[in-house]
Design a protein around this ligand. Structure first.
Ligand code: KIV
Ligand code: ZN
Length: 498
């Protein structure tokens, strides 16, 4: 029988650390349920001591899912472990993920300590966590830059102390695949008792090698991989779940299996992208818009003759269904509900009724409503409690004329109006907005994106606005990109004006 590779998803912990991608508890539960349907083995649900929000999310996710193990992150500190134990109290299967930096630079600069003391702290943390839970994972932070001999001593000591899984993170994404694979091999060969635990990979993508490093780790003996949906995560991100799952599925020469239901990959990717307002790059492997689009004549010809000429994965295997029902203004509530369910969104009747109303308005503007639009509508309630709301916006612009915008805002229910000219429609609209909201704000980043084909597509705008030394992230989506831009700006302002 082939070996089993355990999939540890950290979208809701390492992935969620990305600025601007934070989810509320309800959204996290939605993602966790989708991860359960996808078949992940472990969900890292948060770092409970870091904030009340994380603490609460671990509790609620523990209640919401049944099969996956729920994991909570801690430092090698008793108080962290106490709080994690408390947050995991409802989990049917629970794991504490504790650890400490082991590279010389972490030992010296982060902890002002020495190698022996770090081993003692690591062992003490694992033993302490084992008093409360049977499943304890230890991470040797910056293992990628830790010398192998010392790392082997750490790993051996924590396994003796009771660690069931040992995570070997390439925290900075520095390792070459050959180097990372050799590290895992070294541990497999030199750690006494290594078979009493599972070695885990945790690779960051700073040099674009996260997936290659993870696979190299697996080929050398690691049997758990730590991954995120769409590869999201701090800086350049983490290893992508979808890439690992499809490498394992399509390479018969790797005699290993995962529990992933690959047909759920695409809907999960869309859900995470939409809830986190994090676009997926078009050429992203497996889930990018162009991942299965053959545009050159030679490729198209080959694919028409036999699809295997240029396609190593059947798009249906990852849940891309070209024949999916397209929603239009004539679609009923049942069709919308079904589409939302396929995309992993379950709604009660009153929310469905509200979304259906918004759907009909959008379907009047667009001929066909696609999955991205549907997910946007489902996530739109995030703005319902906004203190400041856009009531109306009118813009005139063109070539050879200065743009003019007038807009109306409602601020805590009170109405305000202003007008301004500007260097383009967005500039005019934002200048009008600033006449009502007198704050020293600086627009730092402004990205406009249309997801699919068609001039009637919904434009998504991501913005960053600096105010009093802090940067706030905002998002807007509308078939009118000027309106989407103003909505994104208002979303930023709502984060600091209460
Ligand atoms: O990258 C890393 O080292 C981590 C650990 C906290 C597991 O995320
Ligand atoms: Zn990490």
């Amino acid at each position: 029988m082939s070996d089993r590779l355990f999939i540890f998803d950290t979208t809701l912990r390492d992935g969620e650390q990305v600025p601007g991608c934070q989810l509320n508890t309800i959204e996290k539960i939605q993602v966790a349920r989708q991860l359960e349907a996808l078949g992940v083995d472990v969900i890292e649900a948060g770092f409970p001591i870091s904030s009340p929000g994380d603490f609460n999310s671990v509790i609620e996710i523990s209640k919401a899912v049944t099969w996956p193990t729920i994991c909570a992150l801690t430092r090698a500190v008793e108080k962290d472990i106490d709080v994690a134990v408390e947050a995991l109290r409802y989990a049917k299967h629970k794991r504490i993920h504790t650890g400490i930096g082991t590279s010389d630079s972490h030992i010296k600069y982060k902890f002002n300590s020495n190698r022996e003391e770090i081993i003692e702290r690591a062992v003490a943390a694992v033993k302490y966590a084992r008093r409360f839970v049977e499943d304890v994972e230890f991470y040797a932070e910056d293992a990628g830059r830790t010398d192998n001999e010392y790392l082997a001593r750490v790993v051996e000591a924590v396994i003796k102390a009771g660690a069931t899984v040992v995570n070997i993170p390439d925290t900075t994404g520095y390792c070459l695949p050959s180097e990372y694979g050799a590290k895992i091999k070294y541990l497999m060969e030199h750690v006494d008792g290594v078979h009493k635990a599972i070695l885990s990979t945790h690779c960051h993508n700073d040099l674009g090698m996260a997936t290659a490093n993870t696979i190299s780790g697996v080929l050398n003996g690691a049997r758990q991989v730590e991954v995120t949906i769409n590869g999201i995560g701090e800086r350049a991100g983490n290893t992508s779940l979808e890439e690992i799952a499809m490498i394992i599925k399509s390479h018969n020469d790797i005699d290993i299996q995962t529990n992933i239901n690959t047909q759920k990959i695409f809907p999960t990717s869309r859900m995470v992208s939409s809830l986190m307002n994090m676009p997926v790059q078009p050429n992203k492997a497996i889930v990018g818009r162009n991942a299965f689009a053959h545009s050159s004549g030679i490729h198209q010809d080959g694919v028409l003759k036999n699809v295997q000429t240029y396609e190593i994965i059947d798009p249906k295997d990852v849940g891309i269904d070209d024949n999916a029902i397209v929603l239009t203004a004539r679609s009923g509530r049942a069709a919308l509900k079904h589409r939302l369910q396929v995309l992993g969104v379950e709604l009660d009747q009153s929310r469905l009724d509200k979304i259906y109303e918004d759907f009909l308005k959008l379907a009047d503007k667009k001929k066909e409503v696609n999955d991205d639009d549907v997910l946007l509508l489902a996530g739109a309630e995030r703005t319902h409690n906004h203190h400041i709301k856009l009531e109306y916006l009118q813009v005139t612009s063109g070539v050879g004329v200065r743009s003019v915008a007038s807009l109306g805002l409602s601020i805590a229910g009170e109405k305000f109006e202003a007008a301004s000219s500007g260097n383009g429609p967005v500039d005019a609209a934002i200048k009008a907005l600033k006449q009502i909201i007198h704050r020293q704000m600086v627009l730092k980043e402004f990205t406009i994106q249309a997801i699919s084909k068609g001039s009637d597509d919904v434009g998504k705008v991501h913005m960053q606005v600096e105010y009093e030394g802090r940067v706030y992230y905002g998002f807007g989506a509308n078939t009118d990109i000027v309106a989407a831009s103003v909505e994104a700006y208002i979303d930023c302002i709502n984060k600091f004006v209460k």
